[in-house]
Ligand binder design. Structure first.
Ligand code: FAD
Length: 448
């Protein structure tokens, strides 16, 4: 038996103590943890647990990393990855497909089944519908799963109210007719076809405020669409309506690309506050003006996945409905059996794949340490982000960041020595953009 492994006796002792403490009000998180969400009332059809069971919900960057590294940290864990998609397709790198820098195989040619086999964990294709923290069970549409530890890594959802859309009909029209392309492969395919079939005119790309998923990505996408128009001599322009007062990151590098490479193909408008969209008239209304479009990718506000709300874990003070967790240990306050990671976290870190991957390796260590009755020191997650801005030749710009934590102010700030940008586009960073993605797929899926 592994040294780290929580013995069955130890676990029963711990459960009993936790429940007793919960009943007497000793553990506030657990005491109030009434079941949340929908239960099917049946058990999920899964192999028998062969050790403390860790259920990871969400097979995106964060969940795939954590499932794999939990088994590395403690091979005695029985890890179940619950993912609602049957087929993987990555968000990161999807912009490159729009300009044919990569093909669809690059994004989607990765198997959940092979990742689980290589990583020694169980892949369970199901949708999580709720959490019963007191009973330590997750509900899925395929039945309930009992857990010893639970990690929720469900990513983001869109918040259309932030662009003045409050009725379900209009929201549905926008989700399906003018998808943002920051969540699912189906959105990426839809945007790709829009670009290929574009006959000319105005293609609007909106950019939200707040801590939106992958801040450089809407500007990178603008470059990729403009490059496609330029290459195929399409008389069209990308009109960028940005809620921010200026390009949110790597602004010198993106402005240089817009002005020097795509002068006739990109128009950039900052400080735009969208107040509504008329999907029939193809018009975006703002505080002062309205903008007509022929095609659009409308990126509304971002919030944490609705699963966080269903599980009763939203921080009431979070404008983006992110989870309330211990910001260095990632568990729900008072409940060190339940963790929230990835883009549903409340910290102001970049919502990026690189960061979710580095954070996931740390969270796997935190859980393994807890199971062994130990604690570990906090280590900062890091993000390294390349953005392709040119396709002929393939040239990119980059940025990197990690954080320090001020225990008095209880706040994170970028660590000076490991934060910076390289905004002069070149081919070396163009090649690094593709190498970075291949290395990440290799890590997540155990490929190569
Ligand atoms: C266009 C674009 C470009 C990007 N470019 C970069 C880049 O260059 N560099 C970079 O570092 N990052 C980039 N990113 C950001 C990166 O993809 C995300 O930040 C990262 O994937 C977040 O990881 P996550 O695991 O939190 O969320 P996700 O990867 O979205 O994973 C969440 C998973 O949870 C699943 N799920 C949700 N709800 C449930 C449920 N109820 N039951 C079961 N499963 C559920 C979802 O299906 C999904 O698989 C980009 C993103 C986009 C969209």
């Amino acid at each position: 038996m592994s040294k780290n492994k929580l013995s069955r006796r130890g676990f029963i002792k711990l459960s009993g103590a936790a429940l007793a403490a919960g009943a007497s009000g000793g553990l506030p998180g657990l005491a109030q943890a009434a079941p949340k969400g929908v239960s099917t009332g049946k058990k999920a059809y899964l192999p028998k647990a062969r050790g403390p069971r860790v259920v990871v919900v969400g097979g995106g960057t964060s969940g795939l990393t954590i499932a794999k590294y939990l088994k590395i940290e403690n091979p005695g864990f029985d890890v179940v990855l619950v993912e609602k998609r049957a087929m993987y397709s990555s968000c990161f790198s999807s912009n490159l497909w729009y300009a044919d820098v990569i093909d669809l195989e690059f994004l989607a040619g990765h198997s959940f089944l092979d990742a689980a086999k290589r990583g020694g964990y169980v892949f369970f294709n199901a949708t999580c519908t709720g959490v019963d923290r007191a009973g330590r069970k997750v509900h899925t549409d395929q039945g309930e799963i009992a857990y010893d530890y639970l990690v929720l890594a469900p990513g983001i959802d869109y918040d259309y109210a932030r662009i003045g859309v409050n009725d379900p009909d209009t929201e549905y029209r926008l989700r399906t007719g003018y998808p943002a392309g920051w969540m699912t492969g189906a959105e990426h395919v839809s945007i790709k076809r829009k670009i290929e079939n574009f006959k000319g005119g105005v293609f609007i790309q909106t950019v939200p405020g707040g801590n939106f998923r992958c801040k450089p990505a809407p500007y990178e996408r603008t470059c990729m669409i403009a490059s496609y128009f330029k290459k195929h001599k399409i008389k069209g322009k990308v009109l960028v309506l940005d809620n921010n007062p200026d390009i949110a990151v790597k602004k010198d590098g993106f402005h240089a690309a817009f002005n020097e490479l795509y002068k006739d193909y990109v128009e950039y408008v900052p400080s735009v506050n969208i107040t509504g969209v008329d999907a029939d008239a193809k018009t975006i209304r703002t505080e002062f003006d309205s903008y007509d479009f022929d095609e659009a990718a409308i990126y509304p506000g971002v919030r944490a996945s609705k699963l966080i709300e269903v599980a009763g874990l939203v921080d009431a003070k979070s404008p983006q409905k992110e989870a309330r967790i211990d910001v260095r240990k990632y568990h729900v306050p008072g409940d060190s059996r339940v963790y929230v990671t990835g883009d549903s976290r409340p910290m102001g870190f970049p919502k990026s794949a690189h960061l979710a991957n580095s954070e996931g390796k740390y969270v796997a260590k935190v859980i393994a340490a807890h199971a062994a009755g130990k604690t570990i020191d906090w280590t900062s997650p890091a993000s390294l982000c390349y953005s392709m801005v040119n396709t002929a030749p393939q040239e990119a710009i980059s940025m990197w960041v990690s954080f320090s934590y001020d225990t008095t102010a209880k706040a994170f700030s970028p660590a000076k020595e490991s934060t910076g940008t390289d905004e002069k586009r070149d081919a070396a960073k163009g090649a690094a953009t593709l190498d970075w993605a291949k290395a990440l797929y290799g890590d997540l899926f155990g490929e190569g």
